[in-house]
Ligand binder design. Structure first.
Ligand code: SF4
Length: 304
């Protein structure tokens, strides 16, 4: 099917079924053309919950669809490809979290939203890469356990005085494999470029940044900046969106491997099939969803 025909059919199905499409910033950019909302995962789930849509098609990965379901229990949530998982979320399961907690009794657990519903349900509070520092600060404690991302946890510790962040050894492979040599190489080629780094990168890498922030914060900062050249140290989707939106600026992706394979599984055809066949419905066990919702709501309160 031609792209135009596919887009028209998706839009028609959306109307007929009272459905909306959410597109994560790392998605193939073509999906933005049929998306009702584009952005980071929590923003998308929160926006979807506010609508009166009956169906949410989440162009993202599994844990994101779970979060959407937790925040919209009465809506049908579809993930167009059930194989779209997240290597970071898969680094810790319920049993591993319980073992981790048992090593450090009575210390609150902060859980990055890039985690399964089960892991959220066993945590005290969730956080995003945008609000992690504030969330940890809000606990007013000297020690926290942080799962699953060791790099975000260590970034949070670097931003707070007198708080020990005990991290679980999980990571996002896409960000974790970026090295200081990658930065130095790009900086040598583009000496005037500002270095914009996602806090899922290693400490040595964030230390070389001009700006550290979530994908949304990086995009906002670039758009507001007077600078003209940027080295983007996160997933390729961010570069593609910036190139589309900021025609007067130049963007350099840190390296060609900064691509999340799971995110790139989806194409317009998959969105169409998902809507047409109601595939694939994501459900979360009610007891788990209720507990996970408490951890998410606590985070939202901090940020409110
Ligand atoms: S970029 Fe990393 S954290 Fe994000 S979905 Fe892909 S594997 Fe998971």
């Amino acid at each position: 099917m031609e792209k135009k025909e596919l887009t028209d059919k998706i839009n028609k199905l959306k109307k007929e079924k009272n459905a909306i499409v959410l597109a994560h910033t790392y998605q193939n950019i073509e999906i933005d053309e049929v998306a009702d909302f584009s952005g980071d995962s929590l923003y998308l789930s929160r926006q979807a919950a506010k609508t009166d849509a009956d169906i949410i098609v989440f162009a993202g990965v599994y844990f994101m669809a779970e979060t959407a379901k937790i925040l919209s229990p009465n809506k049908t949530v579809l993930l167009p490809n059930v194989k779209a998982g997240c290597d970071m979320a898969d680094k810790i399961n319920l049993k591993q979290l319980r073992e981790f907690k048992a090593q450090y009794p009575d210390i609150p657990v902060v859980c990055y939203v890039n985690s399964t519903a089960e892991v959220k349900s066993e945590s005290d509070i969730c956080c995003t890469s945008a609000n992690a520092v504030n969330v940890v600060k809000s606990l007013n404690t000297k020690e926290v356990l942080f799962v699953p991302d060791q790099n975000l946890g260590s970034y949070v510790e670097s931003q707070l005085e007198g708080v020990k962040v005990i991290t679980y050894p999980g990571y996002c492979p896409i960000h974790h494999r970026i090295t200081t040599q990658d930065i130095e190489k790009q900086k040598a080629l583009h000496p005037n470029a500002k270095i914009m780094v996602h806090p899922e990168c290693k400490k040595q890498v964030t230390q070389l940044a001009d700006f550290v922030g979530s994908t949304t914060a990086i995009i906002k900062s670039v758009k507001e900046s007077k600078d003209k050249e940027f080295i983007i140290v996160t997933e390729k989707g961010v570069v593609q969106r910036l190139e589309r939106d900021c025609l007067d600026k130049k963007f350099i992706l840190i390296n060609e491997k900064a691509v999340c394979g799971s995110m790139k599984l989806l194409h317009l055809e998959d969105i169409y099939n998902s809507l047409k066949n109601n595939e694939f419905e994501i459900n979360v066990n009610e007891a788990i969803a209720q507990k996970a919702r408490i951890a998410i709501d606590r985070m939202i309160k901090v940020n409110a």
